[in-house]
Design a protein around this ligand. Structure first.
Ligand code: HEC
Ligand code: HEC
Length: 105
């Protein structure tokens, strides 16, 4: 089989995507959002339209928590309570891209 230019482009593309994927999964040392009373509102908002525990596996598989809705609570409360950010903490929007919620389903 002859590997032409387009094949090489495709191979490079796959390698780059795999590399990005690894880089992202490797950096998942970021703290998860604690599942405590303080963060109850976050979980309640994110999972407010979650399928019932006895619903089909497909509904559960396709359910996505409402992260955008839940994120609106993070910063106001953290500021109000003076929760410190570590030095050099990244641009503080979209908290839940980095800080994962605990799995609820
Ligand atoms: C109602 C107040 C409140 C809201 C809303 C809130 N937090 Fe917090 N969070 C706190 C307080 C207070 C702490 C300090 C530690 C503690 O008491 O849990 C904290 C601690 C944390 C920590 C550190 C936990 C650890 O292991 O040290 C992370 C990460 C965090 N919050 C992320 C988030 C994210 C992300 C959101 C939004 C999706 C959020 N919080 C919303 C009050 C809140
Ligand atoms: C681009 C990724 C990213 C985003 C976005 C982000 N963080 Fe962080 N955050 C980190 C990293 C990395 C750390 C340091 C490692 C750790 O403690 O999890 C951290 C640390 C923290 C800590 C201190 C944890 C501890 O126990 O010392 C808190 C609290 C926190 N982040 C809250 C938030 C909140 C609230 C938001 C949204 C307003 C947010 N973060 C957005 C990556 C992020």
């Amino acid at each position: 089989m002859k590997i032409d230019r387009r094949d090489w482009l495709f191979i490079c593309f796959v390698v780059v995507v795999a590399g990005i994927f690894l880089a992202i999964s490797g950096s998942e040392k970021t703290r998860v959002v604690p599942d405590d009373e303080m963060h109850g509102i976050v979980y309640k908002t994110a999972y407010r339209s979650a399928p019932a525990p006895d619903s089909s596996i497909f509904r559960k598989a396709f359910f996505r928590p409402d992260k955008k809705g839940a994120e609106t609570f993070c910063e106001p409360c953290h500021n109000l309570r003076g929760v410190p950010y570590p030095p050099g903490h990244p641009q503080k929007n979209r908290c839940l891209f980095c800080h994962k919620l605990k799995k609820k389903l």
